[in-house]
Structures are given as C-alpha cells and as structure tokens.
Design a protein around this ligand. Structure first.
Ligand code: MG
Length: 166
C-alpha cells in the first residue's frame, strides 16, 4: 500500500448578489455568487484543506492569508495548484478526492463534468478520481435559507513513487 494518508476539508461562504458564482473553477449562471477575499470557490477551498490536512501542512488560511493582498480575487484553482506543488515537495500526490457541495440552489449536478474537467488536471488525477456530489439543507438553518453555501471534501494522498517493498 505504501504511505497513504487521508484528509478532511470543510468550508463555507456567504452568498452576495454582486458576485459571480464560481465552483470547482467553473462560473455558474446564478443570481448570486460567493463572498470572499479570493474568488470564494468554496468547493476548491474544501479540496485544498483536505489535501493540506492529509499532508499535515495546516490549512488554506496558513498558506494563503486573507490579509495578503496578492490573494485578493485570486483564482482558487491557482491556489489548488500551489497546494499540489507543496505536496510534491514532500513526494506526496493526490490519489482521489470526494466532495459534497451544500447549496439550496441552483441545481449543481449539470455542472459536475465541467468542474471535474477543471479540477482533475490541476490535481493530476483522472476525472473518475474526483467525486462530486451535492445536497441541500432541506431548508434548515442558514444554508437552508440560502444565505451561503458549504462544501466538504476528503482527499487520499500518497507517495508519488511506488514503494518497491509492496
Ligand atoms: Mg474559503
């Protein structure tokens, strides 16, 4: 099996009518987008945190602080690319991702293929190793009232080179 590690990432962002909605690097037609210092791509942020957590490298706020002007409006796919590069410095690479978006609307499933097409090359994974799902909060709580969106992700990572002992 070699050295394999699992990590968990969770993120939330508020919705705001002045912003575009960007999820998994894809701009999705909607009347609101997510508010944040970067492009506020909640899905990509959860994936970044899952990868960093698996590698024992802290979280996205440590590496890309929102006090740093260079990350203002930053593409979260670019941040993800930097996270994957940080893993590679330790000879670690993503093995697979599984993520769930939490949003009342719009329907997100029609956009999953486009999101996978954006995320998988950055992760260095085949698209079938990037699991994407969505759920609503059934109207309960802040997410259920449509005040924001959330995302949860798990990542499995492993050593880049195969272990000759296995
Ligand atoms: Mg975030």
């Amino acid at each position: 099996m070699g050295d394999q590690r699992v990590g968990l990432g969770i993120d939330f962002h508020r919705l705001d009518p002045s912003r575009p909605l960007i999820l998994g690097g894809v701009t999705i037609p909607h009347d609101q987008g997510l508010l944040g210092h970067s492009d506020a791509d909640v899905l990509t942020h959860a994936i970044c945190d899952a990868l960093l957590g698996a590698a024992g490298l802290g979280d996205i706020g440590v590496h890309f602080p929102d006090s740093d002007k260079q990350y203002r409006g930053a593409s979260s796919l670019g941040l993800l690319s930097q996270v994957v590069a940080k893993l590679r410095e330790s000879d670690l690479a993503p093995r697979n991702i599984d993520a769930t978006l939490i949003a009342e609307r719009p329907k997100l499933a029609p956009h999953f293929d486009a999101m996978r097409d954006k995320l998988s090359p950055v992760l260095g994974l085949d698209p079938d190793r990037v699991g994407l799902k969505a759920t609503t909060s059934e109207g309960m709580g802040a997410l259920g009232r449509g005040e924001g969106m959330g995302a949860m992700a798990v990542a499995l990572i492993g050593r880049d080179s195969p272990d000759p002992c296995t």
